[in-house]
Design a binder for this molecule. Structure first.
Ligand code: AMP
Ligand code: FE
Ligand code: FE
Ligand code: ZN
Length: 282
């Protein structure tokens, strides 16, 4: 069994449509793929409709969260599986975050205008095509202008990495946990030790999250060094959390391929048994 529990489509900042994503997952030899777009379930219906026979689809999302308990706020991502997408409290909060992302991206466009960069808000919105807007959409606009060559170059400090970056209005992390659990979902902390992405949260927060119902930690991820991976596994064992592995596929916006990292079948069984808001498909 090959199980990849973290992948993005054009419903957020991936480049494959949900239908293309499930086809690619089957083509890559995966038995199970989870669709986990940033702050949206908008890709679920198309992915379910296009699911090839023999592929199991786990509906999910990756929630943009923030922890305010330290000296400064730290951003973190929470994967959520098998929640009820129509549960009002969670759906409302997701809609708020998506709208705030649009306001934020528009402000980033304005910051670029102030520097004479003629990226337009209209083209960014068009590229996002109704999905969750993120910095990768701004990166594509910079590429079209020939200002950068690749998405990763667009994330360097002189571009979207710092100069034109505006913080997101994320979900408070314990609010997100409560909402996911309230919607019958299974929360897993995405790439918790990915220090290449920026400041990481301390162990004490993960201990508190476990006490508040966190189910697992994503250990195998391209943004984790081998030492960070081992660290996550040890922490999960200590706290009684499951560990997952996944590609965090973003199509051509990133170099990682579907199925590059995988999750053990017994872990998927535990996640499936815990999810009460929606069901795996297939
Ligand atoms: P945002 O959520 O709008 O702040 O944008 C963050 C997203 O940009 C992440 O989910 C990744 O998909 C992508 N990203 C972040 N850093 C990089 C990078 N160095 N190279 C390519 N994509 C990146
Ligand atoms: Fe992303
Ligand atoms: Fe993430
Ligand atoms: Zn992701």
């Amino acid at each position: 069994m090959r199980i990849d529990l973290h992948a993005h489509s054009t419903a957020s900042d991936g480049t494959s449509t949900p239908a293309e994503l499930v086809a690619e997952a089957a083509g890559a030899g995966l038995d199970v793929v989870a669709l986990t777009d940033h702050d949206t379930t908008g890709g679920w219906p198309a992915a379910i409709a296009a699911r090839p026979a023999g592929l199991t689809l786990v509906p999910g999302a990756e929630l943009s969260c923030r922890w305010h308990g330290g000296p400064w706020p730290i951003a973190l991502h929470m994967l959520a599986y098998l929640f009820d997408p129509s549960e009002p409290a969670l759906a409302t909060e997701l809609a708020r975050v998506r709208l705030a992302r649009e306001t934020r991206a528009e402000r980033m466009v304005e910051l670029m205008h102030a520097d004479g960069i003629d990226v337009t808000w209209a083209e960014v919105l068009q590229d996002a095509a109704g999905g969750t807007v993120g910095r990768p959409h701004l990166a594509q606009a910079l590429i079209r202008r020939g200002l950068v060559g690749t998405v990763s170059e667009a994330f360097e400090p002189q571009w979207l990495g710092r100069r034109y970056r505006v913080p997101k209005e994320d979900m408070e992390v314990f609010t997100a946990l409560r909402l996911v659990l309230g919607a019958g979902g299974v929360p897993v902390f995405a790439h918790p030790r990915a220090s290449v992405r920026g400041p990481i949260v301390p162990d004490v927060l993960i201990v508190e999250m476990a006490a508040a119902g966190l189910f697992g930690l994503e250990a195998d991820h391209t943004d984790h060094s081998p030492a960070e991976q081992a660290d996550v596994r040890a922490l999960a064992a200590r706290l009684g959390l499951v560990v997952t592995g996944s590609s965090d596929y973003h199509g051509t916006n990133k170099t990682v391929r579907l199925g590059a990292r995988t999750t053990a079948p017994e872990v998927l069984e535990r996640i499936t048994a815990a999810g009460r808001g929606s069901s795996v498909v297939g």
